[in-house]
Design a protein around this ligand. Structure first.
Ligand code: ADP
Ligand code: ADP
Ligand code: MG
Length: 455
């Protein structure tokens, strides 16, 4: 049954994004906000705003019981979880359904199947999807040492419950193993309440490439092509592009096919992303994880396919079948997204909360801004530091890079320090412009940026 009134269980730009998609479909919206977000853009744009709890996310955006009660209390018939927060919490999705509401996303079983990386690796193996060499759960430093002897260095410790780059530690030499194990497991415990770790072989010259899938839960599973998200700091993405570029055709086709196979295998429903690491030197790819939600970087795929991914989530959740086949998905040009964060690049990207005094964003053909920020907005220390996503679209990659460089040049933000000055140097860099990048490129560029300011 089509959704009529939607509860938005998130904040920031994604809350605004979901409100816009709903409005375009004639769906009413209720923004569930914390006390810190009462004056937010999402609260203003929604048909109604309701306070769900205090600023601390544990008692608001992460409190599933309060959210379900608020959704029922405001006569909503569906809940959109956005990304982060409760979006990949299978128990939350189940509690939404048990309350008689529609969860705009995959089934609780889908989320459960992919939510734990060890379980996801097991399912991917069964589906014939290639994986980087890795271990089952390692319970102790001694077990880790035994695994390291077969896999070799460098290797990664990863949190089985991980996400957002947390609980990952690289180990280059045996001497570093014990400290890395302790750090990764305590970070995983703090972030996810689960300290289970496993080991994966680390690929030095790697690209992060991920495939957007759409499935209606009624038999149709499609892919919307791939994105390159190799530009990362601390395993978190900063710049994303679509389509992927510079990969052999066989790798590209292999990624698409593996993603559709995996999604079909678990009877997936809604939008999802299958993430891979591409070993550039060997021309091979390996499954990393599946994110069972809309992703931050979904707009680059929207720009090159013309498909509104959030609206499609809402239609699928309303019971519609996808009236598309794979050959209907056509790709136009190249899109790039920059995450603009309230962070100080010269102070190790420390968050810079504060009041926005000036907020001038770029415009013109092929420029899109997804944001919740406006002049006067107080950037809260309680939440993620992302202020906006700047997305450009152009006929090819070179023109998209030029368009991004020009757009970044137009930005004027005062009141809080942002990552814009650093991003400008990325788009001026010849290696980046020529596509000579890997997952370690951005951290080296950040070091060069700091050094250039110090001299
Ligand atoms: P990945 O986890 O693969 O990096 P994304 O790139 O889509 O996936 O980023 C999602 C991450 O964004 C979450 O894991 C979280 O750290 C962060 N996040 C969560 N909620 C918000 C929000 N409302 N605004 C900005 N960032 C958020
Ligand atoms: P998360 O759930 O935190 O997003 P991922 O498994 O998706 O964790 O990995 C995050 C990032 O860490 C990847 O995008 C990639 O840059 C890096 N990474 C993960 N696994 C490997 C690996 N085996 N070799 C090299 N880099 C890796
Ligand atoms: Mg990931």
């Amino acid at each position: 049954m089509a959704i009529r009134r939607l509860f938005i269980a998130n904040r920031g730009e994604i809350a605004v994004r979901v409100i816009r998609a709903a409005r375009a479909l004639g769906i009413e919206t209720v923004a569930g906000v914390s006390e810190a977000d009462r004056e937010s853009m999402a609260a203003r744009l929604a048909d109604q705003a309701v306070t769900i709890g205090p600023a601390a996310a544990a008692q608001s955006y992460l409190d599933g019981a309060r959210i379900v009660a608020a959704a029922l209390g405001t006569k909503c018939d569906a809940v959109h979880p956005g990304y982060g927060f409760l979006s990949e919490n299978a128990d939350f999705a189940a509690s939404v359904e048990e309350a008689g509401l529609v969860f705009v996303g995959p089934t609780p079983e889908n989320i459960r199947a992919m939510g734990n990386k060890l379980e996801a690796r097991r399912i991917a193996t069964e589906a014939g999807v290639p994986l980087a060499e890795g271990s089952p759960r390692v319970h102790s430093v001694q077990e880790a040492r035994d695994v390291a002897e077969t896999i070799g260095y460098p290797l990664l410790f990863k949190a089985a419950a991980g996400g957002g780059g947390r609980g990952i530690r690289i180990v280059r030499r045996a001497e570093e193993l014990a400290a890395a194990f302790a750090n990764a497991s305590s970070e995983a415990q703090a972030a996810f309440g689960d300290n289970a770790l496993f080991i994966e072989r680390y690929i030095e010259n790697a690209r992060h490439v991920e495939v957007q899938v759409l499935a209606d839960g009624q038999g149709t599973v499609l892919h919307l092509g791939a994105r390159d998200c190799s530009l990362q700091r601390r395993y978190q993405k900063m710049v994303e592009e679509a389509p992927d570029f510079g990969l052999p055709q066989a790798v590209r086709e292999g990624l698409h096919e593996a993603s559709v196979t995996l999604a079909a295998r678990i009877g997936y429903r809604s939008a999802g992303t299958v993430e891979f690491i591409v070993d550039v030197d060997r021309g091979a790819f390996f499954f990393l994880e599946m994110n069972t939600r809309v992703q931050v970087e979904h707009p680059v795929t929207e720009m090159i396919t013309g498909i509104d991914i959030v609206a499609t989530q809402l239609r699928i959740a309303g019971g519609e079948a996808l009236n598309l086949s794979q050959s209907d998905i056509v790709f136009h040009g190249h899109a790039i997204e920059c995450r603009i964060n309230a962070e100080a690049p010269l102070r190790n990207f420390a968050p810079t909360p504060g009041r926005i005094a000036r907020w001038t964003m770029p415009g013109g053909p092929g420029v899109r801004i997804d944001t919740h920020v406006e002049a006067g907005w107080m950037v809260s220390p309680w939440y993620d530091s992302m202020l906006a996503k700047l997305i450009v679209h152009a006929p090819d990659r070179a023109q998209a890079v030029a368009r991004m460089a020009a757009a970044l040049g137009e930005i004027r933000v005062e009141g809080v320090e942002t990552t814009v000055p650093f991003l400008r140097t990325v788009f001026a860099d010849q290696d980046y412009r020529d596509g000579r990048i890997n997952t370690r490129w951005l951290e080296a560029a950040a070091e060069r940026f700091v050094a250039s300011k110090a001299s």
